[in-house]
Design a protein around this ligand. Structure first.
Ligand code: NOJ
Length: 555
C-alpha cells in the first residue's frame, strides 16, 4: 500500500481557537494568536491540527450551533486570517482538519429562521417537523438531565421540530437532496481554503432517518458517507473524514465500509472506555478484547485514539460494575459527573497529577492501534475548573506562562477564567516553565512524540495481543514491512514480572531493543522474555539487536 496516506502515522492536536491564544487583548482567542503559536505546535511534533468549530455561531454549545457555515465568527478573526493560518500550517508541513457540524444548525441560522416563518419557505423541508407531538418526544436525548425533549414546539411554525441535541440546535433534514448538496458545498468551500479534511460531528445522527415516523430504531443511510468521500476525493485526493460515532464495534465497521469506501477515520470510543476501565481497575482484559474487536478490516481505515476530549468521558457502554469502578476511581463526586453516564474532568486531575500514571496513559495513547489525537493542554498536564457548567470545565484558556490569564490574553476578563491557584493553576502549570525544565511533562511528551513518529509500525502495521497470563499487563505486537515492535504496559501500582513470547513458535528467539532507554531484553532459550515492569511501567521495544532502534527497511 502507498505510504503517503498521511493520516496513518499522524499526530493530531485538537484545539479551539477561542481558548488557545488571544492576539488583540479582547479576552477571546483568535486566528492571529493561534498562527503565532504554530512554531510551538510544530516543535512539539504535531502533524495535523484539528480545529473545533470556529464558524459564526451564537455560541450556546461552544460553536456546535452554527449560524453561518461560510464565515469565521468575527470574535476569532476573518476568512483572511483563516487562510493565513492554513498557509502557516502548510509551510510547516502540518495538516488542518476542521469540525463539520451538519447534523443540525443553530436556531439563529437564516435557513431555520426562514423555515419556521412559513410552510411555503424554500427551507421548510430542510428541517424536520411534526404537526403533533411525537410519542417518543421524551426519548433519545443526548444530554439527559439538561435536555428535556427531542421535539420542541415552535410558535412561529405552529409545529414541533426535531432536535437530537439542545432545543436551540434544530436537526437538518439530511435526507433532503438540497441539504445534501449544500453539505458538499460546505466541504468544498473549506477544502478550497486549505483544509485536509473534517472531523464530522455526530455521524450516526447525520445518516439516520429522522422524523416522527423514525422511532427509536431509525434506518441508516450509509450511502451518504460514500458520497461524501467520493466528492472529497475528487476535489482533493488526500482529504479525509474523521467520524465521531460512539457505536458498537460491529456497527463501526460499517462506517469504514466493507471496501474501505466510506470514512477513512473514526474515533475508537470502544477502546477509550475500556482503557479508562483498565486505568481504574488494573484489569486490562476488557481493553485487550476491545482491541481485538475493533480490528479494521481494510488497510486504509484508521482509528483515532484519544484519552479525554472536549466532551465528558462517556462510560455509557461499559458494564454497570465497570462503570462504577471508573466513577469511584476518577469521578466519585457528583460534581465531577455528567449526563448520568460520564465524567467531565480533564485527565491530569483524574490521575491526581501522578506523573507515573500520566506517562502510562499517554504511552498507551501513542501505542494503541491507530493515530493519536491529543487535546490542547495535555502536553503540560492541564487541569479543569469544576465551577464551570457542564463540559466547559475542561475548555479553559491554554496556560502559556505565569503572567496574568496564564499569558493567554492581556484582557481584564477572558471568555472563561484561566485556572489559577492550587496544583493546576497557571502559576505552576504552564508552557514557559516546563520548556526550561528538561524533566518536565512537556519535554517528555515531545520525546515520546518523536519516538512515535519513528515507529510507523503502530500507525500502519497489524496489531496482535500477546498473551501474558497477567491481567494487569498488556502486551501488543505490531508487524509492518519486515519490522516488529512490542509494547508493554503495567496497569498496576505494584511491579509485575511480565512473561511473554514476542514471536510465534516458528520464529527464532530474538533480542528486544528498548526504544526509550538502555534496558534491552534477551530471550530465554525457549524464546520467552521476562521483563520486570515497575508500578505503572511501560516499555517500547523493537524486535532485533541494537541496530534496530532504527527500522530495518524503509521501503
Ligand atoms: C458532539 C460534540 O463533540 C459535542 O461537543 C456537541 O455538543 C454535540 N456533538 C452537538 O454538536
Amino acid at each position: 500500500m502507498i505510504t503517503d496516506l498521511w493520516y496513518k502515522n499522524a499526530i493530531v492536536y485538537c484545539l479551539s481557537v477561542e481558548s488557545f491564544m488571544d492576539s488583540d487583548g479582547d479576552g477571546v482567542g483568535d486566528f492571529r494568536g493561534l498562527t503565532r503559536r504554530l512554531d510551538y505546535l510544530h516543535g512539539l511534533g504535531v502533524t495535523a491540527v484539528w480545529l473545533m468549530p470556529f464558524q459564526a455561531s451564537p455560541g450556546r454549545d461552544d460553536g456546535y450551533d452554527v449560524s453561518s457555515y461560510y464565515d469565521v465568527d468575527p470574535r476569532y478573526g476573518t476568512l483572511g486570517d483563516f487562510v493565513e493560518f492554513t498557509h502557516g500550517c502548510k509551510q510547516r508541513g502540518m495538516r488542518v482538519l476542521i469540525d463539520l457540524v451538519v447534523n443540525h444548525t443553530s436556531d439563529q441560522h437564516p435557513w431555520f429562521k426562514s423555515a419556521r416563518s412559513s410552510p411555503d419557505s424554500p427551507y421548510r423541508d430542510w428541517y424536520v417537523w411534526s404537526k403533533t407531538k411525537p410519542k417518543d418526544a421524551d426519548q433519545g436525548m443526548v444530554f439527559p438531565g439538561v435536555q428535556k425533549t427531542t421535539w420542541t414546539y415552535d410558535e412561529a411554525a405552529k409545529a414541533y421540530y426535531f432536535h437530537r441535541f439542545y432545543e436551540f440546535q434544530p436537526d437538518l433534514n439530511t435526507a433532503n437532496p438540497h441539504v445534501q448538496a449544500e453539505l458538499l458545498k460546505i466541504m468544498g468551500f473549506w477544502i478550497q481554503l486549505g483544509v485536509s479534511g473534517f472531523r464530522m460531528d455526530a455521524v450516526p445522527f447525520v445518516i439516520a432517518e429522522k422524523g416522527p415516523q423514525a422511532g427509536q430504531e431509525p434506518k441508516t443511510d450509509f450511502g451518504m458517507l460514500r458520497s461524501f468521500r467520493e466528492f472529497l476525493q475528487w476535489r482533493k485526493g488526500d482529504s479525509v473524514i474523521l467520524g465521531e460515532a460512539n457505536v458498537l464495534p460491529k456497527e463501526s465497521m460499517k462506517y469504514f465500509g466493507d471496501d474501505g469506501d466510506r470514512l477513512q477515520m473514526m474515533f475508537n470510543f470502544h477502546v477509550n472506555q475500556r482503557l479508562f476501565y483498565a486505568l481504574a481497575s488494573a484489569d486490562a482484559e476488557p481493553l485487550a478484547k476491545a482491541i481485538k474487536e475493533t480490528k479494521p478490516a481494510y488497510g486504509t481505515a484508521q482509528w483515532g485514539v484519544f484519552l479525554r476530549n472536549h466532551d465528558e468521558l462517556d462510560l455509557g457502554r461499559l458494564e454497570p460494575e465497570q462503570r462504577q469502578a471508573v466513577f469511584e476511581a476518577f469521578g466519585p463526586d457528583k460534581s465531577m459527573q455528567l449526563y448520568d453516564r460520564g465524567i467531565r474532568r480533564r485527565l491530569a486531575p483524574m490521575l491526581s497529577g501522578d506523573r507515573r500514571r500520566l506517562e502510562l496513559a499517554y504511552s498507551l495513547m501513542f501505542t494503541l492501534p491507530g493515530t493519536p489525537v491529543m487535546r490542547y493542554g495535555d502536553e503540560i498536564a492541564m487541569g479543569d475548573d469544576l465551577k464551570l457548567a457542564e463540559r466547559y470545565c475542561a475548555r479553559t484558556p491554554m496556560q502559556w506562562s505565569r503572567e496574568p490569564n496564564g499569558g493567554f490574553s492581556t484582557a481584564e476578563k477572558t471568555f472563561l477564567p484561566a485556572i489559577s491557584g492550587g496544583g493546576f493553576g497557571y502559576e505552576t502549570v504552564n508552557v514557559a516553565a516546563q520548556r526550561r525544565d528538561p524533566n518536565s511533562f512537556l519535554n517528555w511528551i515531545e520525546r515520546i512524540i518523536r519516538m512515535r513518529q519513528e515507529v510507523p509500525e503502530i500507525g500502519w502495521g497489524a496489531c496482535s495481543v500477546l498473551p501474558t497470563r497477567d491481567k494487569a499487563a498488556l502486551a501488543l505486537r505490531y508487524d509492518w514491512r519486515n519490522n516488529a515492535v512490542v509494547v508493554l504496559h503495567n496497569f498496576d501500582a505494584a511491579p509485575r514480572e511480565v512473561v511473554f513470547r514476542p514471536g510465534g513458535e516458528d520464529e527464532e528467539p530474538d533480542e528486544l531493543t528498548n526504544l526509550l532507554s538502555d534496558e534491552h531484553s534477551q530471550p530465554e532459550a525457549d524464546g520467552r522474555h521476562r521483563v520486570v515492569l515497575e508500578g505503572y511501567g511501560y516499555r517500547w521495544y523493537r524486535l532485533g539487536g541494537l541496530d534496530y532502534i532504527l527500522k530495518r527497511s524503509d521501503i
